[in-house]
Write a protein that binds this ligand. Sequence first.
Ligand code: PNS
Length: 162
Amino acid sequence: MNNNLIAVYPGSFDPPTNGHIDIIARASVIFPKVVVAITHNHSKDHLFSLEERVEMMKESTSFLKNIKVDSFSGLLVNYLDKIGGFVVIRGLRALSDFEYEFQMALMNRTLNKKIETVFLMPGQEYTFLSSSMVKEIAILDGDFKKLVPLPVYKKLKNQQRI
Ligand code: PNS
């Protein structure tokens, strides 16, 4: 095993959910070092700033020792180059995720032929879970406590009061 192997789990994480944490925990067992790389997704409007998302992710993954949380702007392939990584982790929940993920994985490999994307499946209790659903439930005053890590729950509750 290459002890310097870095796996990068990129995403917008707006906000992090228990499904994301489940994927990170699974990746942390397989890879010696996992970098959670948070960025702006240009096709989405984000509720939380990049700094807030980084902070929530740091607090939510502090129980895992081989995880680093970082942020980047621009292309993922350029970020991978910068940190010396070539493995991308993505979570795959259902068939509906597949087309977008397949397109992204192959586009990243077109941009840099060394890039390998590894798909991990979350625990089945998270297959229906998404950040956008969590936000909708929170905005409509539903109970989302079981869906997100505690720091995210507190942050979203505060957001609701604004
Ligand atoms: O959590 P998301 O929003 O589904 O993550 C998508 C993300 C951030 C991984 C993707 O949009 C991305 O890699 N953005 C960085 C810019 C980039 O490299 N775009 C080309 C991807 S083929």
